[in-house]
Design a protein around this ligand. Structure first.
Ligand code: GLU
Length: 501
């Protein structure tokens, strides 16, 4: 195969979780690294599990992440349609083709019949499997006579197409990340390839589409590893060259054991979905990274490093830099432990890299009550950005820029205010009436004032900060004073004096 073509093939059965985003990202990074194409294909043959809005969610989430497909249901492309429900006409001819081989047969067993057999097995303490040991005793074209099969077909009896798993063959499976392994076909069952409505199941549609769409590499989650034997044999049955496979390990719970689940997210307070998702059945909203204040660049950087180590232990990489460096051979075999702290660390790093103007836009597009001019907001951003993990922290930690304190932290008050303080600050306030309100000058003014009065700086600065902020927090006091302006600064000092009377 010459051209590298990689697909991300989600089923619209719910929102994309972190693992899904990482699969899509690695698919994309590998394709771009190899100068190839990245395809989004929607695998929606399982109508029973279809969730309204899930496809739109997946597309929106990938767009937010900047993982842009070269071909997709929305964009189209040479191999359109990219939604399996619209490809039935393509599958029909391959159903006919595989039925002409010795790799498939038709089976008439109804769901009720199979349930009854399953129950019989269970009663004996056995587990039923439709496979090379049981198939000869069931209602299918292998066990029944030709005449009986024909009669059932003439009567329009519904049937499924099953894969005829070869007996006692050892399959060598090759995986780029995990290396070689083998499986004996006696451990595998006769999976349904085509349902009784004529629609193929995941396994069959998946390999047909990978072949039709000229996919060179299948990079997907490790939950599909048990299907690799079947898929390898399906390629053999169809006489097609198989793509190369790479199965990605799980993203693990923060404590390191078991697969990361939505419940872990709820428990430890971090999202497991890229965007908010409203379950159409229950109306429940699951939190997304976007709505929680993560920048998409920080989010994908964090996701990329869950299971892949770039050269020189570099941690901060843009999507393009990641694409340049990405190497499937450097993807870890072991599961990657999720860390909320690390996710926040990435966001903090990217907030620092974001320009003040861009942060202003982010804040203005939020539902925060920003009552300052853009000019002042930019100054607040400059002062507060360094300590912000999320854009909203700039507002929340800098609330005093927007509203005068209505109360004063008790512990801070005890520390900062004594009997003389009101008089000292009263005098300072009248000095400030004449001052030029720029931070440098204010610093000097307060300094000179303290010196003239023979007071330590703390005696002035601490109550001044308390008056302006309500606590002993925040950036440099002269910077706060400059931003608040003369009138507001003096008014806040007077408020505090009245309060501590
Ligand atoms: N539709 C499958 C899923 O939802 C795709 C698996 C694969 O990539 O082959 O994960």
């Amino acid at each position: 195969m010459d051209k590298v073509r990689v697909r991300f093939a989600p089923s619209p059965t719910g929102p994309l979780h972190l693992g899904g985003v990482r699969t899509a990202l690695y698919d994309y990074l590998f394709a771009k690294n190899q100068g190839g194409e990245f395809v989004l294909r929607i695998e929606d043959t399982d109508t029973a599990r279809y969730v309204e809005g899930a496809e739109e969610y997946i597309e929106e989430a990938l767009e937010w992440c900047g993982i842009i497909a070269d071909e997709s249901p929305k964009k189209g492309g040479t191999f359109a349609p990219y939604r399996q429900s619209e490809r039935r006409h393509i599958y029909d001819k391959y159903t006919e083709q595989i039925l002409k081989t010795d790799y498939a047969y038709i089976a008439f067993d109804t769901a009720e019949e199979l349930d009854a057999i399953r129950a019989e097995y269970e009663a004996r303490g056995d587990v039923f499997s439709y496979d090379n040991k049981s198939r000869n005793r069931l209602r299918n074209s292998i066990a029944l006579s030709e005449e009986e099969v024909q009669r059932l077909l003439d009567e329009k009896t519904p049937y499924v197409v099953r894969f005829k798993m070869p007996i006692d063959r050892t399959l060598n499976l090759v995986d780029i990340i995990r290396g070689n392994s083998s499986v004996n076909t006696n451990t595998l069952d006769d999976k349904v390839l085509v349902k009784n409505d004529g629609m193929p199941t995941y396994h069959f549609a998946n390999i047909i589409d990978d072949h039709e769409m000229e996919i060179s590499h299948v990079i997907r989650g490790e939950e599909w590893l048990p299907s690799l034997g079947l898929h390898t044999l399906l390629y053999e049955a169809m006489g097609w060259e198989a793509p190369q496979f790479a199965h990605l390990s799980l993203i693990l719970k923060p404590e390191g054991k078991g697969k990361l689940s939505k419940r872990d997210g709820d428990k430890f307070g971090f999202p497991v979905f890229p965007l908010n998702f409203t379950d159409p059945a229950t109306g429940n909203v699951s939190k997304g990274y976007r709505e929680s204040g993560y920048l998409p660049e920080a989010f994908i950087n964090m996701v990329a490093l869950l299971g892949w180590s770039p050269a020189d232990d570099k941690e901060i990489l843009s999507l393009d830099e990641m694409a340049k460096e990405f190497d499937l051979n450097k993807v870890h075999k072991a599961g990657a432990r999720f860390s909320k702290e690390k996710a926040e660390w990435f966001n903090h790093q990217y907030i620092q890299k974001t320009s003040d103007e861009d942060l202003l836009n982010i804040l203005k597009n939020s539902d925060l009550n920003l009552t300052l001019s853009d000019d002042k907001l930019l100054k607040v951003i400059k002062l507060m950005k360094e300590r912000a993990t999320f854009p909203k922290d700039i507002y929340e930690n800098g609330k005093f820029f927007f509203e005068a304190p209505t109360s004063y932290d008790e512990k801070a008050s005890k520390k900062a205010w004594n009997d003389e303080t009101s008089a000292i600050l009263g005098e300072l306030a009248s000095n400030l009436e004449e001052a030029d309100f720029n931070a440098e000058n204010l610093k000097q003014t307060v300094h000179d004032f303290a010196e003239n009065k023979g007071l330590g700086m703390g005696k002035v600065m601490m109550p001044l900060r308390l008056s302006l902020v309500g606590e002993l927090k925040g950036p440099d006091v002269p910077d706060i004073m400059e931003l608040l302006g003369k009138e507001e600064t003096i008014s806040r000092i007077n408020n505090a004096i009245n309060n501590f009377k």
